[in-house]
Design a protein around this ligand. Structure first.
Ligand code: NI
Length: 296
């Protein structure tokens, strides 16, 4: 009897050891969809959410003023003065900006928001205006949870093939859709496919105040290589000041996020929004420890 028990105990310890070993190595996991590590899936709308990192989070109301993240306290003209285009930002500490393009998506974006909230991570969403008009409540929630919204056009066409007036229309329509949905204005632009000529970047910056924000880390997640590949590509390429490209439009990308976000946190990276990262260059703002503080 004792021998049988011993054998069971040995198996138990072996299994436990393997689990701890894989956790400490920061594995990107298998390609099977994973549920959020902290199991705080909450469907929108709900009332109060408790997570290990954020005990007092309250889901915002669907009507009335949109609650704002007090950490996003930047000058109104900050994006206009920082510069015309960026792929990354030279910073002295381990700050990075995670960006998600092409949403909002009715399932993937709320699932991603749950993952970000569970870790108290703030990100930037480059939304497509036509999707904002379809799912305004998701954009509203995104803003209320402290994330930043960037302009990614209204129809996701190639700007390099458009006239100036067509680009102007694309940017205005997306900006207005975001304003209607969440009462905020985008501060930066990511052109669809990253395509924008220097001449276009300059007039867009002068007219809309948008720096063109590209990226320095591209996991090519739109090719759907599988969550573990997306995760390992991001973990191996991210350095301080990185702007990381990904797409909340694709379910496998969102599946990759728990391991990716946890891996980046374990490596000591601190997440800020794109505007916060841009504002750090030249000491424009000091990065506050409160960037990871709970949203009230
Ligand atoms: Ni896009």
């Amino acid at each position: 009897m004792l021998t049988v028990l011993n054998r069971h105990m040995k198996r138990l310890f072996l299994a436990l050891g393997l689990v701890l070993l894989s956790a400490s190595l920061g594995s990107c996991g298998s390609d099977k969809p994973t549920s959020p590590a902290l199991t705080t899936r909450v469907s929108w709308p709900s009332v109060t959410v408790k997570t290990p990192n954020n005990s007092g989070y309250r889901t915002p109301a669907l009507s009335g003023p949109v609650p704002r993240n007090p950490d996003l306290d930047l000058r109104a003209d900050c994006s206009k003065v920082v510069g015309i285009s960026f792929t990354r930002v030279p910073v002295t500490d381990k700050y990075i900006a995670m960006t998600f393009d092409d949403g909002p998506h009715p399932q993937n974006t709320p699932r991603l928001l749950d993952m970000l909230r569970a870790r108290n991570i703030k990100a930037t969403f480059y939304v497509v205006g036509s999707n904002v008009d379809l799912y305004p409540q998701i954009v509203r929630r995104t803003v209320a949870e402290g994330h930043e919204i960037g302009n990614h056009s209204y129809t996701h066409g190639w700007f390099t093939k458009m006239s100036d007036s067509e680009i102007r229309e694309e940017l205005s329509r997306c900006r207005d859709a975001v304003g209607r949905a969440a009462g905020v204005q985008p501060r930066t632009l990511r052109p669809p496919y990253g395509g924008l000529l220097q001449r276009q970047r300059e007039w867009v910056h002068a007219e809309f105040g948008y720096p063109t924000v590209l990226w320095s880390v591209d996991p090519l997640d739109w090719k759907r290589p599988g969550p573990s590949v997306v995760c390992s590509r991001i973990l191996s390429s991210t350095t301080p000041g990185s702007i990381i490209l990904s797409h909340d439009l694709h379910a496998p990308t969102v599946d990759a996020m728990p391991a990716t976000l946890d891996g980046l946190l374990r490596r000591g990276f601190k997440f800020v929004t794109v505007s916060q990262l841009l504002a750090m260059q030249g000491g424009g703002i000091t990065a506050q420890a409160s960037v990871h503080a709970p949203v009230p």
